[in-house]
Design a protein. Sequence first.
Lengths: 408, 408
Amino acid sequence: MYKFNKKVLSITLGLLCCHSATAAVSIEEATAIQRSLITLDTHLDTPANLVVPGFNILERHSYGHDYSQVDVPRMQEGALDGGFWAVYSPQGELTKGGYEQSRDTALLRALAIRTMVSASPQVFEFATESADAEKIKKNSKHIVYMSMENAYPLGTDISLLETFYKFGLRMAGPVHFKNNQFGDSSTDPSGTQWDGLSPLGEELVAEANRLGIVLDGSHAHDETVKDMIRLSKTPIILSHTGSKAIYDHPRNVDDALLKQLAESGGVIQMNAYSEYLEKLPDDPERKEAYKGLMKLVKEGSERSVLLEKRREIDHEHPAVKASFEVYMEHFLHALNVVGPKHVGIGADWDGGGGVDDMMDVVNLPKITKRLLDEGYSKSDLADIWGGNALRVLQQASDYAASLKTAKK
Amino acid sequence: MYKFNKKVLSITLGLLCCHSATAAVSIEEATAIQRSLITLDTHLDTPANLVVPGFNILERHSYGHDYSQVDVPRMQEGALDGGFWAVYSPQGELTKGGYEQSRDTALLRALAIRTMVSASPQVFEFATESADAEKIKKNSKHIVYMSMENAYPLGTDISLLETFYKFGLRMAGPVHFKNNQFGDSSTDPSGTQWDGLSPLGEELVAEANRLGIVLDGSHAHDETVKDMIRLSKTPIILSHTGSKAIYDHPRNVDDALLKQLAESGGVIQMNAYSEYLEKLPDDPERKEAYKGLMKLVKEGSERSVLLEKRREIDHEHPAVKASFEVYMEHFLHALNVVGPKHVGIGADWDGGGGVDDMMDVVNLPKITKRLLDEGYSKSDLADIWGGNALRVLQQASDYAASLKTAKK
């Protein structure tokens, strides 16, 4: 049986009984508190690793060696219970053939998530209801919700959303880096095409509502997010997004939109993707070296060769990451603007996330410590670490259930 | 680790060294020989049980209690290594909505097969290549190929065949009890509609060929089977079918078609579905009682209640099954007509199969004993029990590979 170190937990919780919110909290204390909460990251790109030959989620890896950021030993150390494991699809051509290929790949990714869980029933449990998280936590297992980043693989066949729902999907975002059949992305170099959601995107929102899937506005253009808030019958989530007030990047949202999101009951989950957190210095040599690496990728070089090459480049031209402090600036700003009922965590692990001193899930308790140091309570932390995301999931499924009841 | 009783096996094989083909073979000897072969049933409807709450394939069940016919303990006892585990779809309306619902259910069934394997990696291994069977057998695991009975869930979107291929599908039959979008069934009360394959069915054949999926003509109308033989670039299989010369039923094939099948390299796998093996006496009282049971099914009664009721009916009005001898008549007839390179076993377990004295997989060695007694050699048995089915699978994948090579 797979268990947390309960002894350490109870001792440390004992010490905490008299903790004053303003005194600095030790990292051990913060870790212990975090362990007592349901801790979810709402955007884990880890499923991409599940289909990498030889990757074993049960074993400990290191970012320095294979660039992975999430596995069971590190989740345990970093007190992460689980989260929304993403079926991410890179966007191909907006054609029948492109859609079909992506549909298949996305279904296989969903299969990989499900087989990860079924292969280790003592370690993972698949979750579809909001209340599942607490039960799974009680059984000392890791929580696996399924989400979709980029609805591109649905093509123009909205009925496929139900297929994925039946596979367990409970959160979905319409777009990724580029505009697609469902609407505008925040980062398409060609600008907006639909001025928000497309007509098909509006159908997608209605279908997600009907099924009880939380809509995710991360990567969506501000106008798309606004359309989603306006049209969705239940609060939306930004599963991994930052504060535009701290860094003016299209992947972040400004305070007005943040407030609109919160007023509609929605949640922003703070993204730790360095390039979206602050302006990082250019490094043309590193860029050039990475072009060489990309060439090897295209030539189909072996993974071990690619990793060796990547480590070599990173040694010669070290990556510059945003600081943990800047991450927390985004975080604290969002908390200041909308409060702890509307902020959570979605650091884009295994999808590009990571800041200095927090390059994998091991160091997540730093966030907890910092928030406690700032005076946020354990109850606030419970909301931030999972309660808020679970609330919007509950609202999505309640609405879907209400439609079924109304039908009878 | 999960192993056969190797001691018993080696002792018994030792005894067999001087076995004369004409002397009667003991059931223990037959079992030992069967254990030494790759033994596949090409139509296991067992996946339907995988989605029954509480059904555990690793535990021993009994036909008398829950009507199941396949589980790991019984496979071990009956020396069945595995086979083609079917994604079976009952046919709904030939409409967009009907297709979509069935597509989802079929994908979930494929998921159930894959999670069965991933949940017990010491017991099962998923197979996609013909050569996998031998490797899996050597590792003392059970062999799981995936097949599809009724292509109805593909709707009119042939590209979905590749989706299932990617899930591991390696055998597919176009139709079931009724005609559908792909062609004519052997048992549609309205008669033929397409005079064989429909134009979409012809596309299905070409796509199966392109992918390397074995085409299965069981349940197909004779004209459909003829079309499949004519159009398919590789030999087809009848995964669970009988001999019309023994019993004139549409689900059986006559000698002319059998010969045509064999001449094209194909294989018939002998079906143990009693109603197709001989004319069974009518039992109006039993029929009436079953109508009552069906009413309970429709009302959504609990499974335990339904099983109790079914056992009660079967006690009061016992089912009449065909005899094992009649099954072997079909079997031996097919062997006489086309020889042991074109006959195999597909008894329709968990799909209606079963004859007196062989109501589950435990008694499979009776077949081996009977064939040995008839003078068939161990080498013939190797073909019948798996070699023939694996040959047509190899031919299907070779053809698909040749297309890829030609393309380059």
